[in-house]
Every structure is written in C-alpha cells, then in structure tokens.
Write a protein that binds this ligand. Structure first.
Ligand code: GLA
Length: 395
C-alpha cells in the first residue's frame, strides 16, 4: 500500500467516507548552509522524494480531529479550544501529544492569519501518513506542516501563497511545538523543485532554484541516517541559537548575516573563544553557500565536494553539533572516494549526506556500513535521494 493510500484508508476507517482531497509535502535534505537560517542567512536545501500525506475532509460542525498512522488514538478539539491550546511565546510546551501539535499548530496559526471576511467556521478531519523517517534530520515535521497547511489553506479558502504557508508551518513549530527553529525546512518543503536546490535568503525570503543536473552528471546523493535520534525543542539547538544571538549583539548587528569573513579578526578580539567559534561557523557557512551556488552554476555538482567537506569540519570543530556517528559516516564515505560529505540538518544525530559517482554508491554504502560495525554503532540506514517537487494537491 502506498503512503497516500494509507492516509486515505485511515481517513475512511475513522470517518466512514472519502476525504475531500489529499495533499502532501516532502521532507528535505540541506545541501549546505547549516544553522544560518535563524541568523537571517543563506541556505541551499532540496526536497526529497519522501512525503507526508494528509487526507482531509470538511466537517459541518466546529470540531478538528487529527489521526495518524504513527499514533494510537486521534486527537480532537474545537475551533474555539484551538485558540487557547497553544499559549503564545516561543518555548511554550504543547498541551497535546507532540505529534498532534504539528497539524493542530498549523490549524491554529492559520486561524490567527486568516484575514478573510467569512472567517473559519467549520472544522476538519485530518488523517496523516508519512514515509519521511522521523528524528533523522530530514524534516518530517516540516512535511506534516506543509501537507496540513496546504490542505487547510485550500479548504478554508484562506488564500495564502507558498511562502506564507511556510511561515505558518514555522509558527506552528516555534510556538505550538516549542522548537526554536528557522524557516529553511518549511520553505524547502513548500517550494522544492525536481532536480534543483532552493537558494534561499532567510532574511528577505527571496528564493531561487539552482539546477543540480545530478543524473546527467552521473552523480547521486546518499543519505546516511545514523539512527541517532535528535530533538530540536531541547538542549543544544537552543544553546547554539543563543550563542549566535550573543555574537550578533557583541558585534552590534541585528543578526550574524551582517558579519562578513573580513570582520572575523575583530570578532575574535571582542568575544570569548566559544562564542567566537560559533560566530565563525555561521559567517564562513554563509560564504560557503554563496560559493556553492556559484560553483554549481559555473562548473556543476561534481565541483562542490570540497565545500561540503569544509562545512562538515566547521560544524564539527567550530559549531560542535556533530556526533561520532556522523563523523564516522563522513570520513568513511570520503575514504572510498565520495566527492564530498557532510552532516545535514540540525545536528546532534540525524543524517549525513554524501555526494558520490552513481556507480560508486554501493562501495560507499558498504564502506560506511562496515565502519559503523567496526565502531560498534547501530547499523545506519543508507539510501539515495533525488531532489524532488515540493508540496502539492494529489487528489
Ligand atoms: C533544523 C531547523 C532548521 C535549521 C537546521 C539547521 O533543521 O529546523 O530551521 O536551523 O536545523 O540548519
């Protein structure tokens, strides 16, 4: 059974009739530009083929009911209750099961953003099924947000565009779920295009697609899911964000986006070593995104390997968000000839990517698996991803 069919079947089992429509949105891989999004900086993600499907139907009353194939029981609230469910302010803990805070948070944020004269009067039934691996750093949460936001925007006739819907997803994540993340994942999920990466300026939200031409070049991107699970609502992610804000404050700028590589010697004089290294990662990473876009345009994907590796080293040594499994994956892939490799996503676990010659994919897969066995790590899950289309209505 396809994931789309699973969502429809769940809807049918729960409600007893067919949904009004099916919407889906993908997970993402970030090619380069890590932790730059909440610093108003630059990112270069692409959407992956793995998607979350939402089968959705309007109700005649004011109830919202969400069910998913990964939870035992549906969660139900009224449109009125939704208003009081999520106390505003980043860091608030959700008052519902965490998975349900994503779709309900989207409904809540859309309700707040709704500027139509008719208002939102009718509830909905939502059945969710997903094949985006959870906790792997592939934005399973942005996929739920994107599918739900696309569905409700249409059924409730709110009329927001894709960029605004990405903002709805981010608001749900920040304020309903309580994870202080940036806008990258939601933008990649809403705006992704086949065989292209999304070059996004996270300050202006201006987005350009950059063709990757992977198949023509005989190249592939492997995802190496380390199976080390992470959560961004706690711990390290929040701390890194605080360090970046401190760094910007010391430099007297609104965000680290406004600090250039030439400013780094002055930054080093002004701040403690840890804050400086966090700042240096962000500043050099923004530059690497620019360099990667230029290299892709001038020379193609085969030429970006060294930039990917430099990004990994910066995350490992300066930003300190890698873990032994990610470092092992990157090194083992490079040792057998991967053109480049780096951890992708928020870090502290999750996945790495490796840019490889198509014909070398089995060799790299075997070498990484063997290196994990030798280190006593849980076997990784390794699979190729092709840059894919963003959110869509499927039926
Ligand atoms: C997570 C967040 C994103 C971004 C990345 C790191 O995926 O959701 O907003 O900050 O980490 O680049």
């Amino acid at each position: 059974m396809t994931t789309q069919d699973a969502a429809v079947r769940l809807f049918h089992d729960l409600i007893g009739h067919a949904p009004d429509g099916i919407w889906s949105a993908p997970g993402r891989v970030n090619l380069i530009g890590e932790h730059t999004d909440y610093n108003d900086g630059l990112v270069l993600p692409f959407a992956i083929p793995h998607r979350t499907y939402a089968a959705v139907g309007m109700r005649s009353d004011d109830r919202i009911r969400v069910a998913s194939t990964f939870a035992d029981a549906p969660v139900e609230v009224s449109l009125d209750e939704l208003r009081s469910l999520f106390p505003t302010g980043a860091g608030a803990q959700p008052a519902v099961a965490e998975w349900a805070a994503y779709p309900l948070g989207v409904a809540w944020a859309l309700q707040l953003a709704d500027a139509t004269a008719h208002g939102i009067e009718h509830g909905v039934d939502i059945a969710i099924a997903s094949d985006v691996p959870v906790g792997a750093g592939l934005s399973s949460s942005a996929a739920i947000e994107g599918a739900t936001a696309s569905a409700l925007n249409e059924l409730w006739a709110v009329g927001l565009d894709r960029t605004a819907l990405a903002g709805i997803g981010r608001r749900a994540e920040n304020e309903a779920v309580g994870a202080p993340t940036g806008i990258m994942d939601q933008m990649a999920s809403m705006l992704g295009e086949a065989d292209a990466a999304l070059f996004l300026d996270c300050r202006s939200l201006e987005a350009q697609t950059v063709g990757l031409g992977m198949a023509e070049a005989g190249l592939a991107i492997l995802v190496i899911d380390t199976r080390v699970s992470h959560a961004h609502s706690t711990g390290g992610y929040r701390e890194r964000r605080a360090s970046c804000e401190l760094g910007a404050q010391i430099m007297g700028v609104p965000a680290l986006r406004d600090v250039s590589v030439d400013d780094l010697p002055r930054a080093q004089e002004l701040m403690d070593d840890v804050t400086f290294r966090r700042v240096r990662h962000i500043v050099t990473e923004n530059q690497r995104v620019l360099d990667t876009v230029q290299t892709l345009r001038e020379s193609g994907a085969r030429a970006i390997g060294d930039l990917l590796v430099a990004s990994h080293v910066s995350m490992r040594d300066d930003f300190e968000i890698s873990v032994a499994e990610l470092d092992t994956a990157v090194q083992a892939a490079l040792d057998v000839g991967a053109l480049g490799a780096r951890m992708t996503g928020g870090g502290f676990g999750g996945a790495a990517i490796a840019l490889v010659e198509q014909h070398a994919a089995p060799t790299v897969t075997d070498a990484v698996t063997a290196a994990f066995t030798a280190s006593g790590f849980t076997a990784p899950h390794i699979f190729p991803v092709t840059p894919s289309a963003g959110a869509a209505r499927d039926a």
